[in-house]
Write a protein of this length. Sequence first.
Length: 664
Amino acid sequence: MTSATTMLLSAAVASAAMITSPAPQPKADSPIPVGTMRHAPVRVTDSIYALAVDSANYRAYPFIYLLDEGTIRLETDGRGSRTYRQVVQILKPSGVARWAEQRVAYQPDREKVTVNWMRVVRPSGEVISDKPTLSQTSDVAASTVNPVYTQTKVIRYSLGDVAPGTLVDLSWTIESTRPPLAGDMLSGWSFSLATPGLRSRFTLDVPDGITPHIVETHLNFARNEIRHDGRHVYIWSTHDVQPPKAQLFAPDSSIPSMGLRVGAPMTWNTIGQWYNSLSKNRYVLTPAITAQIDSIVRSAHSANDTINALHRWIANDLRYVSVSLGIGGYQPRFPEATVTTGYGDCKDKATLFIAAAKHLGITAYPVLLNSGGGTDRSLPAIEQFDHVIAAVPQAGKTGFTFLDLTTDDFADGEIPPSYQGGFGLVVFPDGSSRDITFPKDSIGSTDEVFIGNMTADGKVSGTLTLATHGSAADAMRAAFATPPDSARLAALKRTGAKPFPNATIDSLIIATPADRSIAPRIVYLESNGDGAKPAGPLSILTIPNGFRGSPAAFTNAVEALQREGERKLPIDASRPLGEGTVRREVRLNLPEGWKAQLPDSVHAVTEFGTYIAEYTQVGRELRIVHVTSGGTGVYPASSITTLIDWFKAMAKDDAEYIPLTRGS
């Protein structure tokens, strides 16, 4: 499923009383005529231009926003318009490229674009260029990998004479003439940008009978509301907005970035009913397709075998191609079209599976979701979804077995990590729906173990095993879903992990067992690596990269945290070391009689994670073990001392070498 519209969202503008230029009035369809510099000086009177700054006071920025304004107008029948204006002052040459080229994307079958003006002026208002020098309308090219064909068009504009010291003044309007779902709306606005904004304004204009869903985030000012002529107008206006200040390891949600999101006054059930109205008559199979389905599942001995066979057929034998033209961006094709053409997108494949399952006596339903997991549950809107999978009710349970029919990388019941823990909407045949949260796999872990022998001349041979568990195992299985051919195996041997420099990888084994309780792994057989080098009466073993500490990184983190000064934001425990557990181990048999001078072990355990570094020798075996495991949860800013002390403790693991006393 693809979005019906592409909305260009800005971020911020001035109070209405501070803007003397008239509100944009669409006059001509885009693209607007191109032009060049006028011969006679022409000036535009606008109080916004008087806000131009001294670039010396903004040395850190390539440009700043003098004005960033958006106005959304919605009608009862779902039609509406979005008008934007930006006035930007270019401060450095690096800011030129960002503003000399502009693009506006829209859906021509249900949207109309008008560029109100695009001009380059001096702070005095003198017009340098009143039109783009070039403009071009083009289609969005479909990729040759997982292609998506859409009606989206992009209008590109090149502005001449953009240079440091000039102002770029843009205004455009996108009118929605045929919304896919009447009343549907999803919009957003960010007042906090990467560069300062001197004036910032967002207006939402709706009929009196519509009460939109509004979600405000970190706003330090109140909105105004005005009612007149049967309209309800919401106005957010502020000024002198500085870029938000983040702090290391702070949760994204805690960063004081001011913004808002707006949705229509509808429920998720409305979305489910709408999708059902588009898809309910599509679950139809022809006799030829039912015969093909019967043939595919002929050897299946259980319902699970049947589901697996259907999944493999639809995911592997039918190419993924999305034809999102017109309502086809939301409405699935009939199974006959998918099978006869040999391709389909997510909703086409899910529809085919559901129809095939029904033919075989198995119940299945479509599930709408966002493939990136970023759905905002509080704002029902069709633009929240871009993917469709299937759900099969679990016998005797309230849950579902989920199947992503676009890939066979994940077994039935398993879903890609990108939307684990995310929101989904199961749509039933009667048009009702149920919102669900996708299950989340255990956090992945990785084991990397080298077991080998070192000869008296310091050469090392042995076996390196990389094994993965949980979500990390899913990634490895996906990477090797297709067994590598000889060329890829040769490349893996050339570029594979070599703990000891100059080793030769003699062979490798890639194991992704069908039994998913067994961890997939890659095993390298290596020989003749550089281990220890003689140094007088000793031999010096360099601890392999990846199997030793990172004291510089931990020290740098301490210094960065201390430079930030007072801690104001909470701390996400998963940020310092990342999620999951990584265990790396070297077990090396030394020559008879050799003795290692061992570094001190380090055990640093806090709520932010676990760091273990152990150095031991038992008999001839030298063992180096490093374990890192990220924490979970969010902790208050007052925990900063614990975090800093933890980094200092980990930095003590600074050994790079291990002296070896050679036996007589």
